[in-house]
Design a protein around this ligand. Structure first.
Ligand code: PLP
Length: 481
């Protein structure tokens, strides 16, 4: 909890050159990649090639690659899936995710006598660095994004039968906390191109039982927070931001997580930055913020001590994870700056392509592109999505169909209302009339049926994205109806 730890650890500062450390590793890795490339290209004696010639050869390779990409746009372009040349000829070298910044923290941590979070130096440093990303007054580190969301929902005071409106296209962690607090998740429909909550549909689903909205910034694309905040204010609802996929994103220039009443992040392995598993829940709100620590720590008030006034489970994060997380935070800006540029660039390059809707990010927002997703209009193509994706993969485009297999409420556990040993007390006791078998979110269904996901990685280059775009154009033009 920041209230108690911030002043104590404000003296511990990151050396400014700490952020330079990862670059060394990335460079090394890039060299390894070239080494590998040279071996593949039959240049076994690469070590004997003078550096200047080597660079010249590399540049020639690049020019050749973009020339091929250009040729592929001609009418005669044969799809790679049919035996033609691939559109994506380059590779990208993902650098190591961990190195000097994490090692420095872990090293210090191993010298401590305690690895407990409360007043832990690593937790203090993590929190301080986190607040440079999102300036929240109250910050509680915890064991996962799911835990962060459960803490948020508990702090928001969701009571049995209370309804919480959220997106049906998300990680199940968005609603696990709602269900454990005996609340009722209500899934609203999505905007067709931002893939986030449609505020008008959210408002339609508000009932006297609605208590909160969980705005999921899918793939790191900020939700329409002005509209959602206005709805929340008008109906006296608590706005919770699920920023698990949105590390470093910005809404109209403001850090994501700073607009809602409470915000949650995940540090799970697949996210932009990671501690293996971990999470953060934060708030600047004086009603909810002071409760976050207790809802993450068995209801125990570490500041005041005493008897239990709150009931909750144990979601604490240890110093071990906080140490790694503090190191990871030094890498965040570089990761997001790159991804945001690459994703926007891909959008520019496929805009105007018939039958293709790019991932729609507001021009004043910063999307952190946990992934990129464009949609295809099935009527505009002679092939189905599976064939489209197969052709893209053959071109070397890192693409896959859809995201989660079905909208959240279409999963068997929701269809059967069987959350607790096959039962759902909230429904059995008559606290809700929710029937997930009748719940409909047609645009969300369509998104999962027609979306094509493209990997965005910070180590990709503009030229790489250029080839990815060429691959998408090539496939789209070939199968144009
Ligand atoms: C990853 C994720 C979660 C859950 O985070 P965990 O750390 O895996 O528990 C919740 N919501 C969204 C949108 C996520 O992507």
């Amino acid at each position: 909890m920041v209230g108690a730890t911030r002043s104590k650890y404000s003296l511990i500062r990151t050396p400014p050159n700490l952020c330079d450390a990862p670059r060394e590793h990335e460079t090394k890795n890039l060299c390894n990649w070239w080494l590998h490339f040279c071996i593949l290209a039959g240049m076994q004696n690469h070590t004997e090639i003078p550096r200047r010639d080597f660079l010249a050869a590399s540049a020639a390779g690049m020019t050749l690659a973009s020339g091929l990409a250009f040729a592929a746009e001609g009418e005669a372009a044969k799809l790679a899936v049919d035996g033609g040349a691939k559109a994506v000829t380059m590779a990208y070298a993902a650098g190591p995710r961990f190195g000097a910044p994490e090692r420095e923290r872990v090293e210090q941590m191993l010298g401590q006598d305690t690895l407990f979070y409360w007043k832990g130096p690593q937790t203090g440093i993590f929190t301080e660095r986190f607040q440079q990303v999102c300036p929240a007054k109250y910050v509680m580190t915890c064991s996962s994004g799911t835990a962060a969301l459960h803490i948020a929902v508990a702090a928001a005071g969701i009571a049995p039968g209370d309804e919480v409106i959220t997106s049906p296209v998300t990680d199940i962690g968005s609603v696990i906390g709602v269900i454990y607090q005996m609340g009722v998740p209500v899934f609203a429909d999505l905007n067709p191109s931002s893939l986030n909550l449609d505020p008008a549909d959210v408002e339609k689903r508000i009932t006297p039982k609605t208590k909160a909205i969980i705005a999921v910034h899918l793939a790191g694309n900020p939700c329409d927070l002005d509209a959602l905040k206005a709805i929340a204010d008008k109906h006296n609802l608590i706005l919770i931001e699920d920023c698990c996929q949105a590390w470093g994103a910005k809404y109209r220039g403001k850090p994501i997580g700073s607009i809602g009443h409470i915000a949650c992040w995940s540090l799970q392995n697949s996210k932009h930055i990671t501690t293996g598993d971990g999470g953060v829940v934060a708030s600047s709100d004086e009603t909810y913020g002071p409760k976050l620590q207790r809802y993450g720590d068995k209801g125990f008030d570490r500041i005041k001590g005493g008897q239990f006034e709150f009931f909750s489970t144990n979601y604490r994060m240890s110093e071990t994870q906080a140490a790694v997380g503090a190191g990871q935070l030094t890498r965040l800006e570089e990761i997001i700056a790159s991804r945001s540029k690459l994703g926007n660039s891909l959008s520019e390059k496929i805009t105007g392509l018939k039958g293709v809707t790019p991932h729609n990010v507001h021009t004043e927002d910063r999307c952190s592109y946990w992934f990129y997703m464009f949609r295809i209009d099935p009527k505009a193509f002679t092939c189905d999505r599976a064939q489209f994706v197969k052709a893209l993969s053959a071109e070397g485009v890192p693409a896959s169909a859809g995201y989660i297999p079905v909208t959240m409420h279409k999963n068997p556990v929701f269809q059967q209302h069987g959350f607790f040993a096959g039962k759902w007390p909230v429904k059995d006791l008559g606290l809700t009339s929710m029937d997930f078998t009748k719940h409909e979110t047609p645009e969300a269904e369509a998104i999962l049926q027609t979306g094509i996901r493209v990997t965005i990685h910070e180590a990709m280059t503009e030229q790489y994205i250029d080839e990815v775009a060429t691959g998408i154009r090539k496939v789209a033009q070939h199968y144009a109806a």
